[in-house]
Design a protein around this ligand. Structure first.
Ligand SMILES: [Fe+2]
Length: 294
């Protein structure tokens, strides 16, 4: 098995923060002219008008082109509930394979039911180019990477380790923000606790890159930290917090949280690997809003 210690290399990581959804998209690469992966891209979506835009994705495209990078992978850490994925748009312009954790099929099954999707909607993850297994090793050019299953926020969440950098998805947030919610369908606080420990068992100097930042008070946006910093000061899972304490805190807190603004559009599109639903006879694609179902 590939272990964290054996993943040598210190990739370069560029983060793009989207203030509309608090999401960070990453380009991880090995210097100008190298191969790269894009992690957790954002397609801008205005829920008031139902219009999409590509301002965020175009910034990523410009960076990739400016640095003459070759996109090998367009990675998703999970089916996001707070933003739409720009994976198909990026693939069209830059190439690369769209990949997600193989447990996405479980998320597809739940939401096919909730949204009563068309019978043709497949539950085998085939909307994605590649389904990645827990502990699967892969390459980004010269860089060595591996998949870490980190369920809890959703049953299909994965983190990606590339050299000494880990893209944690929605497991950990910055130390002063804590952890992700566990109350979506298939979420589980006990499971998330175990996943956070899996990440925090990596070497202390491991760089951790958050998928989101929700800065409290006047703190500027930040999205990079280390295992050592999280173990010392994460408000939810610093060393010494037991699983039982975490589950109690997480469950109480989740009961107070509203649904994310974009959960209904985001999930419908993200379980299709970022594609829109099939167009109707008039050439327009529509999203559904299930009443009293979520
Ligand atoms: Fe999420």
């Amino acid at each position: 098995m590939t272990t964290a210690a054996s993943l040598t290399g210190k990739p370069q990581v560029e983060g793009f923060f989207d203030p509309a959804t608090w999401t960070v998209t990453y380009v991880v690469h090995n210097g100008p002219g190298s191969a790269c992966a894009i992690v957790d891209s954002v397609l801008d979506y205005d829920p008031k008008s139902g219009r999409t835009r590509t301002i965020s994705a175009d910034k990523v495209i410009a960076f990739v082109q400016d640095h003459q990078l070759t996109v090998e992978w367009i990675l998703e850490t999970h089916a996001h509930a707070d933003h739409l994925s720009a994976a198909p748009y990026l693939k069209k312009h830059l190439g690369g394979q769209i990949a997600i954790g193989d447990q996405i099929t479980r998320v597809q099954k739940v939401f096919k039911g909730i949204f009563n999707l068309e019978p043709e909607f497949k539950l085998d993850g085939s909307q994605f180019d590649v389904l990645l297994k827990d502990e699967q090793a892969f390459r980004i050019g010269e860089l060595h990477a591996r998949v870490m299953a980190v369920p809890g926020h959703t049953p299909a969440c994965v983190a990606y380790q590339v050299g000494d950098a880990v893209f944690v998805g929605d497991t950990l947030f910055m130390p002063d923000v804590g952890t992700a919610r566990c109350d979506f369908p298939g979420g589980d606080a006990q499971t998330l606790y175990a996943s956070t420990r899996k990440i925090l068992d990596l070497p202390p100097q491991t760089r951790l890159f958050m998928c989101h930042d929700y800065p409290p008070n006047d703190r500027p946006v930040a999205f990079e930290t280390t295992v050592a910093e999280q173990r010392a000061s994460n408000i939810h899972v610093h060393d010494g917090v037991s699983q039982a304490q975490f589950v109690e805190m997480r469950t109480q807190r989740d009961a107070t949280l509203e649904m994310p603004v974009l959960i209904l559009p985001a999930v419908q599109i993200n379980i299709r690997a970022g594609d829109m639903p099939p167009q109707e006879q008039n050439g327009t694609a529509y999203l559904k809003i299930p009443i009293n179902a979520l």
